[in-house]
Design a protein around this ligand. Structure first.
Ligand code: SF4
Length: 415
């Protein structure tokens, strides 16, 4: 058996709904000359936090003893431990840690934790260390797939409990003031659960087997949820068409509902054609500007009191603290309070522009040789600018790339 399942529960939000996602990801991967998608820093951090939780549960040690990298990880893992230990104790359950669950030979995954009391209680728990994206619990395909795998792994003749509970523990999502409402907490708090009757899971079992059978049938289902983590987005024509449909509806003041967009499924050639790519690049500014305009206008009306269902206004941190007067004024403030000058001032080195000016002045006064000038100026560098694709008509000169540079970031298909 390979180390990676083709149909892993963690990517079921793609393959269970969009029949072209895995195939198109293979094409995108081949185009980039990759064997595997590189692991992001966040994913690596999440994997490590999972291993800390596993060690805590297996050896009965603290997150610190299990090697948590910082206080934040210790606290997050502790939230999971507190929940797991208290539920297991209250319900008299066995705690099953990091076990493989199988649906088919190609569809399997490692479920974080399950709480089990034969014939009476079964809870499948997934620990999420991410803080950026809130993961919904209701109808979560990954959790449902783990639950199906868990049931399939039970011995013959096993009596299922009437309900199977699924739980996501995501301790690092921002706290919200709504959390004191129990119903809100159940679905939006850091620990959220949803229960299924086993017949619902039987139906999900049928759905995923059907999805596996239908893979590559040319049906694409672009939607916010399905496409969010799909690595084929950049070459996917249906997803692009979907985005443009949304943008068009917005620019023309048209109406669309989330339901209609979620139900949007197309049978189309999947890979973006060069013609479409050019058309998008040509219109990208227009679409971006339009989206920004809608966002800006919405913020304005929200600030003026219009409630936009599903959205709220938040304030980012205001950046570094600063004085409300200039440096000379602030120096006076210190001086009149008899603070010593050396305590409220720091020595800093002048900027590259000031350096050049100073060195030229010193050279003119014969206080600096050309060699010394060059030695000092050799420390002045211009950081490389961000590379951007712009229309030919743009006034800036095109970057001249050698063949080696051209393929430095995008390695050609090895086939
Ligand atoms: S980007 Fe969306 S529509 Fe395209 S293959 Fe991926 S999941 Fe399917």
């Amino acid at each position: 058996m390979s180390d990676h399942a083709r149909f892993s529960p963690s990517s079921s939000h793609k393959w269970a709904y969009c029949m072209g996602a895995l195939e198109l990801e293979d094409i995108a991967k081949a185009q980039l000359g990759l064997d595997e998608w590189p692991e992001t820093e966040y994913a690596a951090e999440g994997t490590f936090a999972h291993s800390v939780l596993e060690r805590c549960l297996v050896y009965g040690i603290t997150p610190e003893e299990a090697g948590a990298t910082d206080i934040e990880m210790e606290e997050a893992v502790q939230v999971a431990l507190d929940y797991i230990y208290s539920e297991a104790h209250n319900r008299g359950c066995q705690v099953l840690v990091e076990e493989k669950v199988h649906i088919t030979e190609d569809c399997w995954g490692t479920r974080d934790v399950a709480l089990h009391r034969p014939a009476e209680y079964l809870e499948v728990i997934d620990f999420k260390y991410g803080e950026g994206v809130f993961v919904e619990i209701k109808d979560n395909p990954q959790l449902k797939t783990y639950a199906v795998g868990q049931i399939r792994g039970m011995e013959d003749g096993y009596i299922l409990p009437p309900e199977i509970k699924t739980t996501i523990i995501q301790p690092r999502i921002p706290e919200g003031h709504h959390y004191h409402h129990q119903e809100y907490l159940k679905l939006k708090g850091p620990i959220r659960s949803w229960s299924y009757e086993w017949v619902d899971l039987l139906e999900w079992n049928r759905d995923i087997l059907k999805a596996i059978e239908n893979q590559g049938d040319g049906t694409y289902a672009p939607s916010r949820e399905n496409c969010r983590w799909c690595n084929a987005k950049g070459i996917c024509a249906p997803a692009t068409e979907h985005a443009l449909t949304v943008a068009k509806a917005m620019t023309e003041g048209g109406h669309y509902t989330l339901e209609s967009l979620e139900a949007y499924a197309v049978t189309a050639p999947a890979e973006l054609s060069m013609e479409d790519r050019i058309s998008i690049l040509s219109n990208i500014e227009l679409i971006r500007a339009q989206l920004k305009a809608v966002e800006g206008h919405s913020l304005e009306i929200a600030l003026q009191g219009t409630r936009i269902p599903g959205f709220k206004v938040v304030e980012s941190s205001g950046g570094h603290r600063k004085f409300d007067v200039d440096d000379d004024e602030m120096a006076k403030v210190f001086k009149v309070r008899k603070v010593r000058k050396q305590d409220y001032t720091v020595e800093t080195v002048i900027s590259p522009a000031q350096t050049e000016k100073l060195c030229k002045k010193l050279m003119k006064a014969k206080a600096l040789s050309k060699r010394q000038f060059d030695a000092i100026m050799s420390h002045v560098i211009t950081p490389r600018g961000k590379r951007t694709l712009v229309p030919e008509a743009d006034a800036r000169p095109a970057l001249s790339l050698t063949a080696e540079q051209m393929f430095a970031d995008v390695t050609p298909n090895k086939e």
